[in-house]
Design a protein around this ligand. Structure first.
Ligand SMILES: [Zn+2]
Length: 244
């Protein structure tokens, strides 16, 4: 990933970005367990407290194991695709059993019933991390909108809107990494009879690929709303928004 410095007002991000307690450690966003080695350089980090840092790790382990079990249709470590997740499953029989217990098979179709609270906990934490790192805005309150689920469940139209680049209308926090990432492109507008032409600059806010096919996200701060979109393993998606 590109290494970008944050030039926004640093007072905005004082303390743990999750609970506002003292930030005595740093947290990778996304957490390394969502990625595979070799990790991309310059992974985003945010300030957080030890207890938040520890508090999320069990849910994150559960989440990565669940996603891999769903994708591979099994909790058997031998059948799990991601090596780091196969290792967790091998070393944590209790976790494997718990996921196995949520497995159902109807007419040859394998499904796993997720522990929704744990999944939401992980996704919201990731969204808060991206908002802090990219937009320089702490989002400690409950979001105004939250959705997560398989990408394939989005109706075609929503899917297109979800995956597309965002055309920025207003600039967010000056100096934030998000502003530095926006790029300008020019389109030419033609009048109906083609006699007049006008060049218009538009600002594009694109998705950020952290690791191909494993993790991408988009952070938007525009006209009174912050939106974070995340796609994990090109399978599980999430959209979180805060009105500001
Ligand atoms: Zn904290």
């Amino acid at each position: 990933m590109d290494q970008l410095n944050n030039y926004a007002d640093s007072r905005l991000l004082r303390g743990c970005i999750y609970c506002a307690g003292p930030a005595d450690t740093r947290d990778h966003v996304p957490s390394k367990c969502l990625l595979e080695r070799p990790y991309p350089p310059n992974l985003p980090v945010v300030g957080c407290c030890e207890s938040c840092n520890q508090g999320f790790s069990k849910d994150e382990q559960y989440f990565v194991c669940l996603i891999e079990s769903v994708l591979c249709g099994s909790t058997d470590p031998e059948k799990i695709g991601r090596p780091s997740v196969a290792k967790i499953m091998k070393n944590s029989p209790a976790l494997r059993e718990r996921i196995e217990a949520s497995r159902t098979e109807v007419d040859g179709q394998i499904a796993f019933a997720p522990e929704s609270e744990r999944v939401s906990n992980v996704m919201l934490k990731l969204a808060r991390g991206h908002a802090a790192f990219e937009l320089s805005l702490p989002c400690r309150t409950e979001p105004d909108h939250f959705w997560c689920g398989p990408l394939s469940l989005l109706p075609e139209e929503s899917r297109e809107a979800f995956d597309s680049v965002h055309f920025q209308q207003m600039l967010g926090e000056i100096g934030s990494r998000n502003i530095q990432r926006l790029f300008v492109t020019q389109i030419t507008l033609h009048s109906e009879n083609d006699e007049q032409q006008q060049n218009v600059g538009i600002l594009i806010n694109d998705w950020i690929d952290v690791q191909e096919d494993l993790y991408r996200y988009q952070a938007i701060d525009d006209v009174g709303v912050l939106i974070i979109r995340i796609v994990i393993a090109e399978y599980f998606a999430c959209e979180v928004a805060w009105e500001v």
